[in-house]
Design a protein around this ligand. Structure first.
Ligand code: MBD
Ligand code: FE
Length: 284
């Protein structure tokens, strides 16, 4: 999988890497939806499509354009990208309805389990000449009642200063800007990284074609991805954004929430920026 994308930076290469990644994960393998539920959901989805076709008098040229585009999404491996950009936010909204701790948001297509394990204060794996403003991201993991969660896990992944994710773009080492940090006995963590750049949906694949055809824009604001967990608590998947960053008000993936916007200040050591963001987990 990694070999595939060391060759070319194409939508199809990152798409097929994301497809392979999804096939390997637990949630994909365990889906077993009750027949009545499938009947309800698929019937309503199809009825909504029929209604759109009738109201807008969709013609055969448009029907065939849709058909060929859908076929191409599969060939590009871009179903994970398409679904996570345009549908996942609604699923996450439902899933997070009753949570009380730190707001979650979508996972997206580029998480890889098993990143290098790191101590409570650590640098994410990065190149010696990694671009981007140095960023110290620190905080404390607590339970909803305020108890610090000793040994909580902060699994973090992010794009680099070119907006690229390791394992989904060529030329980056396997775990670049990915790490699994274990918080200390007070639930504290201190992660040295770099400021990510905004992410652009690949322009040469099916999702890019759709964006162009519809006159939309292809951007997500710069973000850090996190999965935070601790014994007896729900796993929390979220993203953190940057105050004043581009595309914050118009995320193509509709995944920004005001509570998730960081406002880093100058770093105490004079090297780049730093920000403190505490994370609260719901009890399981
Ligand atoms: C990303 O980096 C991302 O986080 C999401 C949700 C979709 C596409 C690319
Ligand atoms: Fe992302």
């Amino acid at each position: 999988m990694t070999d595939l994308i060391t060759e070319q930076a194409t939508a199809a290469a990152s798409g097929s890497a994301a497809t392979e990644q999804f096939r390997g994960k637990q949630r994909a393998a365990t889906a077993d939806v009750d027949a009545k539920r499938v009947d309800t959901l698929v019937s309503e989805l199809l009825a909504a499509a029929h209604d759109i076709i009738r109201r807008h008098k969709v013609n055969y040229a448009e029907y065939d354009a849709l058909k060929s585009w859908l076929i191409q999404v599969g060939e590009d491996g871009e179903w994970p990208l398409f679904l996570d950009v345009w549908l996942e936010h609604a699923v996450e909204e439902v899933a997070g309805e009753t949570r009380e701790g730190t707001k979650g948001t979508i996972e997206g297509p580029y998480y890889v389990a098993g990143a290098p394990k790191l101590p409570a204060e650590a640098s994410l794996p990065m190149r010696a000449d990694e671009g981007g403003t140095p960023l110290l991201f620190q905080g404390q993991v607590r339970s909803v009642d305020g108890t610090p969660l000793a040994g909580a896990t902060v699994d973090m992944w992010q794009a680099d200063d070119d907006g690229l994710y390791s394992q989904f773009a060529p030329g980056l080492s396997e775990w670049n800007l990915r790490g699994t940090v274990t918080a200390d006995e007070h639930g504290n963590f201190k992660i040295h990284t770099v400021q990510p750049a905004p992410y652009q949906i690949p322009t040469d694949g099916s999702c890019g074609r759709l964006i162009k055809a519809a006159g939309w824009h292809a951007w997500r604001p710069a973000h850090l991805h996190l999965k935070v967990s601790a014994p007896g608590h729900d796993l929390m998947t979220t993203q953190l954004y940057f105050k004043g960053g581009r595309h914050l008000a118009a995320d193509v993936a509709s995944a920004v929430k005001p509570e998730l916007i960081l406002d880093p200040g100058p770093a105490a050591d004079g090297n780049g920026r730093e920000v403190t963001y505490d994370i609260v987990l719901d009890r399981a």
